[in-house]
Design a protein around this ligand. Structure first.
Ligand SMILES: [Zn+2]
Length: 251
């Protein structure tokens, strides 16, 4: 894992990224430091800042809720140039967000794409209330709720679900939608270059809990480690929409 700590320029020159499992380990380790209050605040000095001016090579793409308590670089103890972060309220996936994630995977070959949900999410709560009352919110908040409703109505939810059950389901469904809707990302998932994961963040404890992964993220040295049970994975979704074929010479 020595290359995890190369400078951005060296990364570029070497053209290498960590594996998905190594990238998750780095995120997991950073979150553990955050939970324990032992943050290292890596890659936040002037050397790093100067180094990055000529280019970036982030090792993770993170698509999170816009909630102010969910700053990815802080909760995973990261620094400048480490994560390509996209955020919308309730991590609602629309074209610009999906295009941004595709850009990160295509341009920087980020080996991990994380959907980051959190407990007590206001956007998911709004969707749940709309379902109960039958009333939709005004303005473009309505648009957010419309995108979240399938998750709060999911048949996979437990009986009498609470908001946090819905957030877990919405996090999983968002991760699956990324794979289903993006050829660039689903191709990379099938090739094993990228893992798409879903993480549920606990606001009070600061802990990031893995709730979905497109592949096993256990490192070889963790295989027999009781502290690191194998990650729970779901079958990789390869059901992608038909590719757009550009017709030529139509006349
Ligand atoms: Zn939220």
């Amino acid at each position: 894992m020595r290359y995890l700590y190369l400078s951005a320029k060296e990364h570029h020159m070497a053209g290498i990224q960590p594996t998905p499992a190594e990238a998750w380990k780095r995120l997991k380790d950073g979150n553990r430091r955050f939970v324990e209050g032992s943050n290292e605040h890596p890659n936040q000095d002037t050397i790093r800042r100067t180094d990055l001016a000529s280019g970036q090579f982030p090792f993770a793409s993170i698509f999170g809720c816009g909630d102010s308590r969910l700053a990815a670089e802080i909760i995973f103890d990261l620094g400048l140039g480490d994560a390509f972060v996209v955020r919308t309220a309730g991590h609602v996936l629309e074209n610009a967000a999906l295009g941004s994630l595709e850009y990160a995977v295509d341009e920087f070959e980020t080996p991990i794409v994380m959907v980051l949900g959190h407990d007590s999410c206001g956007a998911v709560t709004a969707a749940s209330k709309s379902l109960e009352s039958g009333e939709m919110p005004h303005g473009f908040i309505r648009n957010l709720v419309q995108h979240i409703l399938p998750s709060v109505m999911s048949p996979k939810l437990p009986e009498n679900p609470v908001v946090n059950d819905m957030v877990r389901e919405h996090t999983r469904q968002t991760a699956i939608r990324i794979i289903e809707q993006s050829h660039i990302i689903s191709d990379a998932v099938v090739e094993g270059k990228v893992a798409v994961i879903g993480v549920f963040y606990h606001l009070k404890e600061g802990k990031a809990e893995l709730v979905f992964s497109s592949q096993d993220l256990t490192l070889p040295e963790e295989k027999n480690d009781a502290q690191n049970p194998p990650t729970q994975t779901l079958p990789v979704v390869v059901k992608t929409p038909p590719r757009v074929v550009v017709a030529e010479n139509l006349d």
